[in-house]
Design a protein around this ligand. Structure first.
Ligand SMILES: Cc1cc2nc3c(=O)[nH]c(=O)nc-3n(C[C@H](O)[C@H](O)[C@H](O)COP(=O)(O)OP(=O)(O)OC[C@H]3O[C@@H](n4cnc5c(N)ncnc54)[C@H](O)[C@@H]3O)c2cc1C
Length: 497
């Protein structure tokens, strides 16, 4: 059992400052927190698309949506549009919300499948308020609890990651985090193998009971110092490179992230109120740096307004995110391509888990085991969800899109697909970030349907079912009437700035 009275956080990127702000807010004030960051090593800072959990995270720090919007050039995000993924010219949306209204015994999609089999039925997307809001770039803010599944939806933000990190820094410092600027040069270990202290280039020595590694891809503590192994998932996820660049702001603000399939990967477009974020994530095995750059730059909608940035990464995670007295959070813990905007979400869950586990002011072997198990599950579930987007594609090009179809799937994903294919069931596993309706959105988006639906869906007379389906569409259309135009709402929100 190790008592914690001091914590040192290494790194001042998104992960470092989110950790600092949250721990300073939620841990007992007797624990002293110091954050050390280098001004010579930059941050990655391109995480601009989030999922709704980010709102719960900053709300738990006492920050309102309005405050975060005001300070981060944010726009609303109701989902992700996948363009040209299934085949060229096709697109679909993965919303932050549910599809239709089921019954306590039978999920909605079984009824929809039944109606589909019996004749014509409107596309599944017509039964999702989230899809409609994202598709039409409309804003609806749920200020009362949802009355039923039809008006259950959520939203996230696109934001300037550097400005969000600044906001977290402000909160952290206000709540007592000590801030030190310096390059960490070395770590000294105790006989037990635990880290005793670190030394910076200007001679500062920092002792701590617990070290949090937020040093980004360098993984200074866990990989470089403690030699923790990395679980490499390049055989499952072929993309290993990316470019990112900004262009001017768009006149019409989309309330969704766009992910467009390209010849050896995919390209993101993220609207902010002050600019547009663009990036190309691709596989260097199937496209040279020069060709990828050419394809990316030539497809940009506007002129670049920032330096182009280049990234290389190995998809995967640390075998143990917590080893000895050091915990990795953020890119130092692992990285999965940002197709479903999950990196910041994995930072949030790591911070929340850590806080819960050490709230008593100490940790033990058992604490580490729990943290490592949950972290491994979370990464694996996200990995499986991302792979699904590739293997269901019907794009026919040789090279990358051919290779992704012959990926040998992890058994966890194989089982999940099999279960859906045979019975139409989608099981949500422990520590899964994406629920049933997210998986359904991807299966449906790729027109991948089960061999049979749940037979209990047949208990509802067809005429009655069709009436219900029509009623649901009407209700969504009524809700859409009260939604506001995204561009107009953002303009109104900026008046106060
Ligand atoms: C191409 C790309 C696109 C992405 N898109 C998204 C997205 O849309 N959504 C999303 O959720 N996530 C996205 N991410 C991930 C997201 O950017 C990161 O999860 C997030 O920025 C957190 O990074 P970090 O803080 O772990 O690391 P970094 O930003 O790299 O910060 C590392 C910190 O460690 C410090 N440091 C390093 N060495 C030392 C040293 N020796 N001494 C002291 N300090 C040191 C640095 O100065 C820096 O402060 C994307 C990532 C990439 C690569």
């Amino acid at each position: 059992m190790t008592e914690i009275s001091t914590i040192a956080i290494v790194g001042g990127g998104t992960a470092g400052w989110m950790s600092a702000a949250y721990l300073a807010t939620h841990l007992p004030k007797t624990i002293s927190i110091t954050l050390i960051e280098s001004h010579n090593v930059g941050t990655v800072g391109v995480g601009e698309a989030t999922i709704p959990t980010i709102r719960r995270f900053y709300q738990s720090l006492g920050l309102s949506d309005e405050h975060v919007f005001k300070h981060t050039d944010a726009t609303f995000k109701y989902g992700i549009e996948f363009i040209d993924w299934y085949r060229e010219g096709h697109s679909f949306i993965h919303p932050f919300g549910l599809f239709g209204q089921g019954t306590p015994e039978v999920d909605f999609h079984h009824y929809w499948l039944r109606a589909k089999k019996a004749g014509s039925v409107e596309p599944l997307a017509q039964f999702s308020l989230g899809v409609q809001l994202a598709q039409h770039s409309k804003v609806l803010i749920a200020d009362t609890p949802a009355q039923n599944q039809l008006d259950t939806f959520d939203w996230a933000l696109h934001f300037d990651a550097a400005k969000f990190a600044n906001l977290m820094q402000q909160v952290g410092i206000e709540r007592g985090v000590k801030h030190l600027v310096g390059d960490v040069k070395s770590f000294t270990l105790e006989h037990s193998g635990a880290i005793d202290h670190l030394v910076t280039n200007d001679g500062n020595v920092i002792n701590a009971d617990l070290f949090i590694d937020c040093s980004g891809f360098q993984s200074l503590l866990l990989q470089k110092t403690l030699q923790v192994d990395y679980v490499d998932w390049s055989s499952f996820l072929l993309c290993d490179s990316a470019f990112a660049v900004q262009t001017g702001k768009s006149q019409t603000m989309l309330a969704r992230t766009q992910a467009r399939a390209k010849s050896a990967g995919w390209q993101w477009t993220i609207p902010l109120t002050t600019r547009t974020g663009n990036g190309y994530v691709y596989s260097s095995q199937f496209q040279s740096h020069e060709d990828a750059l050419q394809e990316f730059v030539s497809s940009l909608a506007g002129k670049p307004t920032s330096q182009l940035r280049t990234f290389r990464f190995t998809p995967g995670r640390l075998k143990e995110a917590w080893h000895s007295n050091a915990v990795a959070i953020g890119l130092s813990s692992g990285f999965l391509e940002p197709l479903e905007s999950t990196s910041i979400a994995l930072i949030e869950t790591a911070i929340v888990k850590l806080t819960q586990l050490i709230s008593t002011g100490h940790f033990s072997e058992d604490t580490r085991t729990k943290f490592n198990y949950a972290t491994a599950c979370e990464y694996e579930r996200v990995r499986d969800f991302i792979i699904l987007h590739y293997i269901l594609s019907k794009r026919s090009e040789r090279g990358f899109w051919h290779a992704v179809k012959s990926i040998e799937l992890p058994s966890s994903l194989r089982d999940k697909i099999e279960q859906f294919k045979k019975q139409g069931q989608i099981e949500t596993l422990p520590w899964e970030i994406f629920g049933k309706d997210s998986w359904l959105a991807i299966f449906d988006g790729f027109e991948y349907y089960p061999e049979r639906y749940q037979s209990r869906a047949d208990n509802m007379p067809l005429e009655y079912l069709n009436q219900h389906l029509a009623f649901m569409q009407q209700q969504i259309s009524n809700l859409m009437q009260s939604a506001h135009d995204h561009t107009v709402i953002l303009e109104r929100m900026s008046y106060g700035r």
